[in-house]
Design a protein around this ligand. Structure first.
Ligand SMILES: *[C@@H]1O[C@H](CO)[C@@H](O)[C@H](O)[C@H]1NC(C)=O
Length: 377
């Protein structure tokens, strides 16, 4: 602290002197990140200074604009040495040219030399993506050739040591397209090469690698998580093409006859199935009901075997966006003994004479039963 105030006061006091006292400039070029104590160059020799008098003239290195004492001078050898970490990215960020400005100050007489130290980039940074993983949602109906922008990788280094390209892990569906922006920065896009099918594969993990052009080369990766979104590309499918049920006649209203079911391989609304009778079989609507959500077929009217002994209906299953499939529903009605035999007198000889002999036909009785088989015997 005391030292910097000292330099400031001296800097102001000697502003005119300084103008006269600038002797010569010297410049060096070094790679960034040299170890502390490394020799940048021999400044005494380069400026033709008397080694023996460096100490007596209080030779020292001052900084022009910041307080960090990056360099120092070895008074016995005249070497300019690294004192603090010199990080090009920290000093100059993305600037193409990075020059660290220092001054060598000597007293008796006051003498000032400008030192320019050009700091060269080394490949000390790896390309880096903002996040470890990237989520992309793609509709399964996306066409071949569809493009999906990927995040750009950043690299603290410059030039060849910055991001030079990308590579995508081998996979069945995507290729990588690498583009260059106006400033020379590169970014990638996924290009759909083979159409997706959510019902076949709904998630994919792809590793994207960014690499720089340094030596040795450095790289960074991001995991691309592709979610395939559903398109309504599947028709509902009934569990059977023909449903057969048997039902006793006179079954009470609401009796469950059968439950039909269809499934749809899509997702969400695309897989919500509703059931219904097909239009052509409207005449049976009042005899049976079909629950549009559950697929339950129930008795909704009078079932009389003697009137209709079997029903055949077309039923439909429709998904949320209107893809329809059909199945056949056959209901056999079984007879129950709901009819009493009826006796008909067909003919009768009346009156009959008193002397009629046994075995003489006097009348014909006809017995009928509307039921079937055993119920009518
Ligand atoms: C100056 O350099 C000499 C010779 O390399 C070394 O012995 C000495 O320790 C250095 N002095 C400082 C202050 O670094």
């Amino acid at each position: 602290m005391g030292y910097s105030r000292f330099t400031l006061q001296w800097g102001l006091a000697f502003v005119f002197l300084v103008l006269h006292a600038v002797y010569g400039d010297v410049s060096y070029s070094i790679p960034e990140e040299m170890k502390r104590g490394s020799i940048i160059g021999n400044i005494a020799k380069d400026l033709g200074l008397d080694l023996g008098r460096l100490s007596g003239r209080k030779a020292r290195i001052d900084t022009e604009d910041n307080n960090v004492q990056y360099c120092g001078i070895n008074l016995s050898t005249g070497d300019l040495i690294v004192q603090e970490r010199i990080d090009r990215e920290g000093l100059c960020a993305k600037k193409a040219s990075c020059v660290l400005k220092q001054e060598l100050v000597l007293e008796n007489p006051l003498e000032l030399h400008r030192i320019s130290i050009r700091v060269q980039d080394i490949n000390d940074n790896s390309p880096q993506f903002k996040e470890d993983s990237l989520k992309i949602e793609i509709r399964e109906s996306a066409d071949k050739g569809a493009r999906f922008l990927l995040g750009e990788a950043h690299d603290g280094d410059i030039g060849e040591n910055a991001v030079q390209g990308y590579s995508l892990q081998q996979n069945d569906h995507f290729k990588l397209n690498v583009n260059t922006k106006a400033g020379g920065r590169k970014y990638g896009e996924l290009v759909l090469d083979k159409e997706l099918d959510r019902e076949d594969k709904k998630e994919m993990m792809l590793l994207l690698t960014a690499f720089d052009g340094g030596s040795p080369q450095r790289s960074g990766t991001v995991l691309i998580h592709v979610s395939v979104l559903d398109a309504n590309d599947n028709v509902p499918v009934f569990s059977q093409t023909v449903y057969k049920a048997s039902l006793a006649e006179n079954s009470p209203l609401d009796t469950l006859v059968i439950t039909v079911s269809a499934t749809d391989a899509d997702e969400g609304l695309n897989s919500e199935v509703t059931y219904g009778f097909d239009h052509v079989s409207d005449e049976n609507d009042d005899i049976f009901s079909l629950d549009s959500k559950t697929g339950e077929v129930r008795v909704a009217g009078g079932i009389d075997y003697e009137k209709v002994s079997s029903y055949e209906m077309q039923i439909s299953a429709k998904d949320g966006l209107g893809l329809v499939t059909y199945a056949t529903l056959m209901i056999e009605i079984t007879d129950i003994n709901d009819n009493v035999p009826v006796v008909y007198l067909k003919s009768l000889t009346n009156p009959i004479p008193e002397n009629v002999s046994p075995g003489t036909e006097v009348g014909i009785i006809n017995v009928q039963d509307r039921d079937s088989e055993n119920n009518r015997q």
